[in-house]
Design a protein around this ligand. Structure first.
Ligand code: ADE
Length: 225
């Protein structure tokens, strides 16, 4: 898989891909992540990328031309399965979206800033709009990092334990059960006995029950689906 991220603030995206699981996935050639500085496509001496909005009103709007030129450049090099705009008014990002996107070959993510981007980009070039939740971030970069992380960890070979991604919260519309590690007794706080008994079918049964209990208590809406 290849992910291209277009941003006016490339520095914001460096650290998420330079540590831990994502870094290893890139080093192992399981995914390519390319960050593109929109400023390089800016207009004129000042490499302008934003302007006042038509009709007046506070806040700058990201201009159509630099974004168009950057997207077109990339589209000439390869075909994209989705060109995704990160925006609080997009479709809510969920595990099933991550699952679906993890099967794609080439993804492009566009990060917005200021008041947003010129609507014509959304009308003519964007194929999908994603929000990571009902709150407004300063820009789409952190959202793009969240979406990329959720997708990349699903790619075969990225997680050490192959079954691990499948037992995540949300994968079966249930939250994950509680987990414990040594010591079995810490100052009298004991690990549930069932987990130390070695009866693995019983342990699986207990985990499933706990997952349902936790989901019922915290996210009953998931059980309604
Ligand atoms: N850009 C600003 N806020 C956002 C959000 N909640 N989701 C995705 N992109 C955003």
């Amino acid at each position: 898989m290849r992910i291209d991220i277009i941003t006016a603030l490339p520095a914001l995206l460096h650290s998420p891909f330079n540590d831990s699981i994502l870094k290893r996935a890139i080093q192992n050639g399981l995914v390519e992540v390319h960050i593109h500085d929109l400023r390089e496509y800016g207009l004129g001496k000042h490499r302008q990328i934003d302007d006042y909005q038509f009709g007046g009103g506070a806040g700058m709007v990201m201009m159509v031309e630099p974004i168009f030129n950057c997207i077109e450049q990339l589209r000439q090099e390869r075909e994209y399965d989705e060109i995704i705009y990160m925006t609080p008014d997009g479709d809510r990002f969920e595990q099933r979206t991550a699952n679906r996107l993890s099967l794609k070959e080439n993804l492009m993510l566009l990060c917005g800033h200021y008041k947003g981007i010129d609507q014509r980009i959304r009308d003519h070039l964007i194929t999908m709009e994603i929000s990571i939740g009902d709150y407004v971030l300063s820009g789409g970069e952190l959202a793009a990092a969240v979406v990329s992380d959720a997708i990349i960890r699903l790619l075969p070979g990225v997680l050490n334990d192959e079954s691990s991604a499948l037992t995540d919260s949300f994968q079966d519309d249930l939250l994950a059960p509680p987990v414990y590690t040594r010591p079995a007794d810490f100052k009298g706080w004991k690990v549930p006995e069932i987990l130390t008994g070695g009866n693995f079918p019983k342990i699986e049964e207990w985990r499933h029950e706990m997952a349902i209990k936790r989901t019922r208590e915290r996210r009953p809406d998931l059980l309604e689906d």
